[in-house]
Design a protein around this ligand. Structure first.
Ligand SMILES: *Cc1c(COP(=O)(O)O)cnc(C)c1O
Length: 393
């Protein structure tokens, strides 16, 4: 019994690769090679060197003493906000750009919603001198102007997706169309643990550096490698997969996944996929997703752009279905309050995505000597205008 992916990319009944025939050669090529390439010594060395000298790893495991005192338990923060570009996403894009090079690819495409994954992709393309095309919904381009400017400054071409709702799912469709048309020279960098096999497993492996580091850091601080709980917010689920990875099959470690309830789970404006989702296929993978009774994907809502994804990765769908993880949904309001609280108690302004994970302490009580590690997935600089508007700063 394992909560990791099997050979075919299934987590229980979720996952797999449901793709159009035209995409089969690209995905199959990647599937046959990814594990072997990742295990090569030269790949590991290049990956680790870049994580250290370019990304700034290992990120600290910080004991948040004032936050712990307030909630009468022991809370550690894994400081992914200190990564280059301000969040965990760069761990994956570094891994995938090295993979693309090993596969002989000379052109990178990506989709982005809020623009964070687009920036992380444009960054590694600049680093390697590889052409970068980012698809982004026309509406998102308007909403996320600073990230569009960052991508352009990094040398990427940003192409607006003008069909459908002109948001993330439409950008994804455009990226897939591009990949079908350019199967030989192009690698598609997906930004979370979503998409057809092998993407969810590959991205989880790249992000697993997070829990790998926690094991030795916690051993030093607490005399044991495993905490009592690991906590993360879930959009697609990549920062969560990273902090859960080495604890998935250790049932003594509690797993907590935090989703965005938006204006309330039942308000019609939310992104609480586990609570509202039904089985379906999105981006080539069988998982839980928010859909209308006739199977149309519904547009999710959250105050944090990084959490308003209509599905969750298949790993998380399985953690939900089997009860291995506890899923909690947090409203915009409670998340904003928790973000403000972390700033005042610890001097750290978190990304609003991360604020959702921090908000669980208000209602979820832990024992005094429980050791809890929260993934501080990103910093709040990108969200300053939202904080300003919300709190009248
Ligand atoms: C993108 C993002 C998320 C959500 O993505 P996951 O794949 O679920 O991790 C969470 N936090 C931050 C800071 C992000 O930028």
């Amino acid at each position: 019994m394992t909560y990791q992916a099997d050979e075919k990319g299934y987590y229980g009944e979720f996952g797999g690769a449901y793709i159009p025939e035209m995409l089969y050669p690209n995905v199959e090529d990647l599937r046959q090679q990814y594990v072997q390439i990742m295990q090569e010594e030269s790949f590991q060395k290049e990956f680790k060197d870049l994580l250290k000298d370019y990304v700034g790893r290992p990120t600290p495991l910080y004991f948040a003493s004032r936050l712990s005192e307030k909630y009468n338990t022991k809370i550690y923060l894994k400081r992914e906000d200190l990564c280059h570009t301000g969040a965990h996403k760069i761990n994956n894009t570094i891994g995938q750009i090295l993979m693309a090079k090993r596969l002989g690819k000379t052109r990178i495409i990506a989709e982005t919603g809020a623009g964070q994954h687009g920036v992380a992709t444009a960054t590694v393309c600049a680093l390697m001198g590889i052409e970068c095309i980012v698809y982004m919904g026309e509406i998102d381009i308007d909403r996320q102007a600073p990230n569009v400017a960052r991508m352009k400054m990094l040398g990427a071409t940003v192409i607006p997706a003008k069909s459908g709702s002109r948001t993330l799912k439409d950008a994804t469709n455009e990226a897939i169309r591009d990949w079908i048309n350019n199967p030989v020279d192009t690698h598609y960098i997906i930004g979370s643990v979503v998409g057809p096999h092998p993407y969810p497993d590959m991205v989880a492996r790249f992000q697993s550096v997070i829990s790998e580091e926690i094991k030795s850091q916690l051993l030093e601080k607490e005399g044991r490698e495993a905490p009592d709980y690991v906590v993360a917010c879930v959009g697609g689920g990549s920062n969560a997969a990273g902090i859960y990875y080495h604890y998935l099959d250790d049932l003594k470690v509690g797993i907590i996944a935090v989703e965005a309830a938006g204006k309330g789970v039942l308000s019609g404006e939310s992104a609480a996929t586990s609570a509202l989702g039904k089985e379906g296929i999105i981006h080539g993978s069988k998982t839980l997703l928010m859909q209308s009774p006739d199977g149309q994907i519904t547009e999710p809502y959250s105050i944090s752009a990084g959490l308003d994804y209509p599905g969750i990765g298949p790993m998380h769908a399985n953690l939900f279905r089997t009860g291995r993880a506890e899923f909690i949904s947090i409203t915009d309001e409670d998340a904003m309050k928790a973000g403000q609280e972390l700033a005042k108690l610890e001097g750290i302004i978190p990304a609003i995505e991360t604020s959702h994970a921090l908000a669980i302490f208000e209602d979820h009580k832990f024992k005094k000597d429980d050791v809890i590690v929260v993934n501080l997935s990103g910093r709040g600089d990108k969200d300053l205008s939202t904080y300003i508007e919300y709190f009248n700063l």
